[in-house]
Design a protein around this ligand. Sequence first.
Ligand SMILES: [Zn+2]
Length: 409
Amino acid sequence: MTPPNVFFLAIDSLRADAVFGDHISTPNFDAHASRGAGFKQCVATTTTTTPSFSSMLTGCYPPKHGVRGLQGYQLSQGVTTWSEAFAAAGYSTHAEVTGPLLPATGILRGFQESRHRPAYRVPFFGWRDEVVERMRAYADPWFMMLHIWEVHRPYRAPPDFAKRKDKAGYEAAVHATDDWLAPVFEAAGDNTIVVITGDHGEDYPDTHLEFQLVRAARRLRRGFKLSGWFPFLDNKLAGLEIGHGFALYEHLVRVPLIISGPGVAPAAIEEQVRHIDLFPTIADLCGVDIPTGIDGRSLRSGMEGGSLVEEPAYMEAVGVKLGGDRIAGVRTPDWKLLKPPSGKSALYKLNGGAPPDEKHNLYRRYPEVARQLESVIDQVNSTEVVAESGMTSEEEATVEQHLRDLGYL
Ligand SMILES: [Zn+2]
């Protein structure tokens, strides 16, 4: 039998509740979720695009793959990428990406064909039909990664492409994206495993008052140069920001994960899984060797009705708004521990599916739990690779210009 193709669709800034909730109409995503496996509790590794993709594509946490931010890092040569593994197994490999995923980051390694599309100026236009045409010509079996920017702010969704703010803009963008992807799903064909996820979630103010609060926090941080004098307070206020990258709140780290296609039985999986489990799972489903020494594991037995042991999820916030600082974290279905670069760690109770409490710090009340989770952070970071950018100064300049164009700098 011909091995299945793999269509890996990563939608920038797609929150879990945008797909699994019922406040946005997403019939195409829902169709895949109902005929395949819907993972209701998938955790992204970081809330910043390039490091997040690096984890999805290698099955490794950032200390091992070396990409710790948007700027100045290149994927370690010591890790095998999803595309390298599939190319070695005889797959043709293709990437259509955008945003900060430039060739200089190293994460397009192993793709025999890759295109970077500076699509942030006019999303939802032009390129979809070209992609569909190219997909139809891929040599079987193929692995294709499609990274799309249409849910990333600023939100300008069809039919009128008017700029809409925050909640309304985000919801319109998600709905339009689902609709607009229908021909792409069709082009993927029947003998194809379809993977749908977001690289991280998104934070937007629900009300105008919240938006005013964000602006006041920005003024405070800048006006009093808090990052120099009171880094802890500066990080706290950065946590009020909108967008992503600056924190590890639930709506920023919880992403949808749907896997459908040949050999995948319908299942709604409530257990916590991680982005680093994605590559080994798809490799397992396709009979491709899983590289040794990676941090993730295959979820296949859990998808086939076996028990799924929940592993702790290590996370990092490394967004530009943190000004070079890094917040490390660990999540289990019940707890979340956050370790800022300075000041004390915080422990929050997530209540296993009930509304999480990310306001009351329970660190002192549950020192044992906190210590256990802190040991996960230490253990993950004990494998840190030497973080050398590996980029030429010309490549660094290209990345910087793109980040400027994207509004990050
Ligand atoms: Zn992103």
